[in-house]
Design a protein around this ligand. Structure first.
Ligand code: PNS
Length: 160
């Protein structure tokens, strides 16, 4: 079975992430969306909240599952018998950091490849951080995240 892992913080999931999920799901028998659980990294949403928002946002993708992981991504990928890590690339600015991670992961396990999918141009400027910033000041993020996520952001920032 051809298994891929798409890791991230997903704090929260955006249409940019969903674009990568839908496109990469076609490349694998199973795609595991892996939510990073890192108590050292401050996040707006809990892991459970992030997973719920992803679950509610993906549909018509029966081969996509959601899980969370702690520690090294490569250990999680190995545990799930995934041969491929999927990352989205938005702009040249992503490249240096992603290259570093891909090379380190390759060093940790030579049998697991990282592949990159170019984010659709509509979403090349989009990130969870920018969505949180806009929402925190009451800006409209309806075109950037699914309706449930928009609602949850409003609740977090008391912008109802
Ligand atoms: O959505 P993000 O925050 O850009 O995702 C980053 C993520 C989760 C892919 C990255 O931080 C990660 O893989 N963390 C797990 C720890 C790890 O494996 N570090 C070594 C990578 S070289």
């Amino acid at each position: 079975m051809n298994i891929g892992v798409y890791p991230g913080s997903f704090d929260p999931i955006t249409y940019g992430h969903l674009d990568i999920i839908k496109r990469s799901a076609k490349l694998f028998d199973r795609l595991i969306v892996a939510v990073l659980s890192n108590p050292q990294k401050s996040s707006l949403f809990t892991v459970d909240e992030r997973i719920e928002m992803i679950r509610e946002s993906i549909y018509n993708t029966p081969n996509v599952e959601i899980d969370s992981f702690k520690g090294l991504l490569i250990d999680f990928a190995r545990l799930k018998q995934a041969r491929v890590i999927v990352k989205g690339l938005r702009a040249v600015s992503d490249f240096e950091y992603e290259l570093q991670m891909a090379l380190m992961n390759k060093k940790l396990d030579d049998h697991i490849e990282t592949i990159f999918i170019m984010t659709s141009s509509n979403y090349s400027y989009l990130s969870s951080s920018i969505v949180k910033e806009v929402s925190s000041f009451g800006g409209c993020v309806a075109s950037l995240v699914p309706p449930l996520v928009e609602e949850r952001l409003k609740q977090k920032f008391n912008n109802n």
